[in-house]
Structures are given as C-alpha cells and as structure tokens.
Design a protein around this ligand. Structure first.
Ligand SMILES: [Zn+2]
Length: 419
C-alpha cells in the first residue's frame, strides 16, 4: 500500500505554525512559562476539531490532548501516543519568523535575506546534499525557524489528517499530545498521564531522516556549597577564609583534558560547572553530571565530591556541603522492557523506504521523562537541522517521510495485535 501524504498541505501547515511566536522563557515562574505558547495551541485545537477530533482540548497549563478513535475490529491494540512540543528555544529570537520555501534546492549557498551574514552551505551543513532537487525551508536571517519542534507538530497533524481521511487504514486508538516548555526543561511538568491515556508513546523531535533515538543521558545536578570564615578585612589576619577563592580552586582542580562537555563525545559522560554564585562567606557552584549508566553517574558524583573535599580540606575552618539532585534517566532502561516499542518504530521507518539510524542522544527529551512516568517513549526523526539557530532548516521530503512513518507505525501496532 502506498501512503500519499499531501505535500502542499504539510508545507502550508508547517509555514503557518512557525509564524506564531512560541518562545519559552527559562526565567519565568509561571506555567506555561510564556502565555504566547497558547496562541499556537489554540490554533491547533481549532484545526483538530475541524478535522473531526471532537475531544481535542487545551488545558490551563498549555497542554493539548486529543484522540483519534480506533477503527479496527481488533480489541487488544495498545493505545499509542504521538507527542511534540509547541515552544521554541530561548537561544535565538522566535519573533516575527518569516519562513522561506526554497523549491528544487540547487546546492548553491543560500544567503538569508534579512541578515546576509547568515549563509547556509553544503560545507557547513553536508546534510543539505540529501535534499538536492527537492524543497527545503529556512528562516529569513533574523530568527530561528522553529522546525524544533513545529515540524513534529505539523507531521503529527498531517498524519492525523491522513488516518481520518483513509478509513481503510486500520489502527487502534491514537492519542495526540502537544506540550509547552520543552526547551526550558519543563515539558512534562504538568502533564496529566490519565489524559494522555496511552500505553506507549513516540516524541517527534529528532533530526536526520530514519533516525530513531532510544537512549538518552542519565542526568543529575549537584551543588557544592562552600562555607568560608568571615571577618572584618582590616583585622582578618589568620582568621578570614574566603569561600570565593576556594571555589576558584575547586574549578581549577577539575581535569582540563577529559571529563567535560568540551572534551567528550559519543558514549562518554562528563561533569560540567554551569553556575557560580556567592560572597566571601559562602559560595555555591552548580554542576550538571551526565552519563549513559547509573553506575557512571554515581562514579561522577564520587569523583567530583572527592576533588572538592580535598581542596576544602586544605583550608582550616572552611566547610562544604555536596547536594546532588536527580534530573532525568536514560530511557533505554525502560524501553528495554518493552522491545516492541522501538522494534515497531524501526519497522515503520523501513516500510517508509528509509534506513534506520538507531542512535543515542547526548541529552534528554520529554521522552526520557515520560518513559519513567509510565509511557515508554523513544524519539523519531522529523528532519530538523541546525536547530536553535538562525540557520535552522528542514527538508520537506523528510517531513513527508516522517508523517508516512507515523501512519505505518499506527498500522503496524494494529497488525501485531491479537484478534
Ligand atoms: Zn525539540
């Protein structure tokens, strides 16, 4: 069976969604962190309802939940969920995005019109060569594009439209969830798992066509709080112990040639100081720790704490506290218990005519957190490239293939279910 995704509609959708400013804000304490994210969400609910998805709703926190009812006579098909995020990254402006459709891309450099210093080239972005002769979409130079993750949103909407228009395609119940605030690490903070109502999920938030990410970092934070001894600086001889200086020594004692983001790749973990604040009396250093295994993460804690303790011990009167904080865990631990989730996605990618690229993410996704909230949830490609930057772009063919993959995935879960 050939799955014909409507290209013009998909392009239209994507171009429409990226023009709505949905930038999230890491400094905000409200939820969602920016009200404007709901501008897109309201539009999406309207479109879902127009498609015939009657139960679509936007809740007060900015989450959309919607259900495509199953149409198969089989009764035991697990409900699956397709999920993407509506917000865009705070790293780069998302205001007044002007998407540009470059038809039949010819391989030449693309100078973005609103800032001519922004040039897309096949040298810097070799993946552009995969799209020679087909259509790509860029921003105009002053903003990001927002393919991360409005490509995921457009792909899920298009796949939903396809399933609703083609009743001969049999599937179980399909849940659609659009979340706010993923880019500021709060994407699932107020999610209602009852409303999600699925057994297994897929985030649409990955890059290259065919890629399927089933492994993320396991992540912790840690604060090292250094207590000095304060005294009037005029009369401090032999008394004052400066916490700021000790913090400097702790940072200097970290290895320079390993164990950091700037010296590691692939499956290596790291420890990374991310903040420093304080006064002479008390200084706090914030760290993030990353690894693929729990044991690895534990060993990073032990090593970091020991380095700091050795430094602090050289200063009589100084003291320190080490406060670890759990962030998220490698989704693979959960996915390995439900191998059919990744296997079905791999099969769907193959049926869509692509080679499966199974990868680990050097980061986390909403899927990492969802997997531990009871929804095993790998990440599927959308095609997005150069994300969080003015040179963000996406190939239309990749979005088409991603939508096709979702339709195949719905069918595969139905085929594999018992009568
Ligand atoms: Zn994303």
């Amino acid at each position: 069976m050939t799955i014909q995704i409507n290209k013009a509609t998909l392009i239209d959708r994507f171009m429409r969604y990226v023009q709505v400013d949905t930038q999230s804000d890491p400094e905000s304490t409200s939820f969602p962190t920016t009200e404007k994210q709901k501008d897109l969400s309201r539009l999406l609910v309207k479109e879902l309802k127009a498609m015939g998805i009657a139960d679509s709703e936007l809740d007060e926190h900015g989450y959309i939940y919607a259900t495509i009812p199953g149409n198969s006579p089989k009764k035991n098909i697990p409900a699956i969920c397709f999920c993407s995020h509506v917000d865009t990254a705070p790293d780069c402006s998302g205001e007044n995005v002007k998407p540009i459709l470059h038809k039949n891309y010819d391989g030449k450099d693309i100078i973005l019109p609103d800032d001519q210093s922004q040039v897309l080239t096949t040298v810097k972005s070799p993946y552009l060569k995969n799209h020679l002769g087909s259509d790509i979409i860029t921003a105009s130079g002053n903003t990001l594009l927002g393919a991360d993750d409005k490509s995921g949103v457009a792909i899920i909407m298009q796949a939903a439209q396809y399933l609703l228009d083609n009743d001969e395609v049999k599937h179980g119940e399909i849940k659609i969830v659009f979340t706010p605030d993923e880019e500021v690490g709060k994407g699932v903070a107020k999610i209602d798992m009852e409303k999600v109502g699925a057994q297994f999920g897929y985030t649409l938030d990955g890059g290259e066509a065919g890629s399927l990410e089933d492994e993320s970092f396991s992540a912790d934070g840690a604060s090292i709080i250094i207590h000095g001894v304060i005294a009037h600086p005029g009369y401090a001889k032999g008394k004052l112990v400066n916490a700021l200086k000790i913090a400097g020594e702790v940072l200097a004692a970290l290895p320079a040639d390993e164990w950091s983001p700037e010296t590691t790749e692939k499956r290596q973990g790291f420890v990374h100081p991310v903040s420093l604040s304080g006064i002479a009396e008390k200084t706090t250093i914030g760290f993030i720790l990353r690894d693929y295994t729990r044991e690895g993460l534990v060993s990073h804690h032990v090593r970091l704490k020991k380095i700091a303790e050795e430094v602090v011990a050289k200063h009589a009167g100084a003291a320190m506290e080490y406060v670890p904080a759990e962030q998220y865990r490698n989704m693979k631990e959960v996915l390995d218990k439900h191998p059919e989730v990744v296997a079905n996605a791999a099969e769907a990618i193959k049926r869509s005519g692509l080679k499966v690229i199974q990868e680990n993410i050097r980061g986390g996704t909403d899927g990492s957190r969802l997997s531990y909230m009871g929804l095993p949830c790998p990440n599927i490609f959308t095609g997005m490239q150069n994300i969080h930057s003015k040179q963000e772009w996406i190939g239309v063919n990749d979005m088409m293939k991603s939508a096709e993959t979702l339709v195949n995935l719905a069918m595969i879960w139905e085929e594999k279910a018992e009568e």
